[in-house]
Design a protein around this ligand. Structure first.
Ligand code: CTP
Ligand SMILES: C[C@](O)(CO)[C@H](O)COP(=O)(O)O
Length: 237
């Protein structure tokens, strides 16, 4: 892949972390002396093809401007929206249509450079509009009964079932149009791929490291700390 290619990372970071039950948004909780957001930005910038980052931040975010990287030339900050999809749209719509947008949750700091590289190989794959890091489901999947709380209705087939992770890689123009169409039509957009799928694009699943967890609940913090320590060890080798 030619190194003169450049990729812009888009980091939705405008959430308030309700499920984390912390007194600050979870992306600003610290692990090993750095905020989760700083770990995430470090992971993205570690890949040589990623040379700019757009963060979508909450309009009332008064922590972001205090962080060391805030004035860096490789960073742009845009206003986040009420939903993740709007935050991503506010960022990706500022890019040239043909630019590659690597969309990655601020809450996923345990991202390896190797996994970024695996996803970026899709830039040379003309058969798909882009793709996502994902991991095959390991557990048997149960569908709960819609009205009987936590009673099993039936077992879902886990055949060809994957957990969608991030980053998710698409061209900015196609992704902008897909999210706009989804928000207009009321399609549920919980990730970039769902918007792209809804307008008929082919999306590739790229097997990624299951350590790339999304920090969501309090019990995710020590697990993320462990995975980050493992990543730090691999960087030292
Ligand atoms: N309106 C929103 C909502 C979420 N996000 C971002 O999208 C990522 C994944 O969202 P999630 O894990 O749900 O984060 P929160 O919305 O903060 O968590 P919660 O749902 O528990 O409030 C996070 O990095 C979050 O900051 C965003 O940019 N804009
Ligand atoms: C984008 C995502 O991380 C892929 O699994 C997930 O959909 C985000 O969901 P959330 O409810 O906004 O955390």
């Amino acid at each position: 892949m030619s190194l003169n290619l450049s990729v812009t990372a888009v980091v939705p970071a405008a959430g308030i972390g309700t499920r984390m039950q912390a007194d600050i948004p979870k992306q600003y909780l610290e692990i090993a002396g750095k905020t989760i957001l700083e770990h995430t930005l470090d992971a993205l910038m570690a890949h040589p093809l990623v040379n700019h980052i757009i963060i979508a931040a909450h309009p009332d975010d008064n922590i972001l401007p205090t962080l060391p990287f805030y004035k860096k030339s490789w960073l742009t900050v845009v206003k986040g929206g009420a939903e993740r999809a709007q935050s991503v749209l506010n960022a990706v719509s500022t890019l040239p249509e043909t630019a590659w947008a690597l969309v990655h949750d601020a809450a996923r700091p345990c991202l390896s450079t190797e996994d970024i590289g695996k996803l970026l190989t899709l830039i040379n794959d003309q058969s798909v509009a882009g793709g996502i890091l994902a991991t095959p489901v390991r557990d048997t999947m149960k569908r709960a009964h819609p009205t009987k709380k936590q009673i099993v209705s039936h077992t879902e087939s886990r055949e060809s079932l994957w957990h969608a992770l991030t980053p998710q890689l698409f061209r900015a123009g196609a992704l902008t149009h897909a999210i706009q169409a989804g928000l207009t039509s009321g399609v549920l957009i919980t990730d970039e791929a769902s918007a792209m799928e809804a307008v008929g694009h082919q999306v590739k699943l790229v097997a990624g490291n299951p350590a790339n967890i999304k920090i969501t609940h309090p019990e995710d913090l020590p697990l993320a700390a462990f995975y980050l320590s493992q990543l730090a060890n691999t960087h030292k080798e």
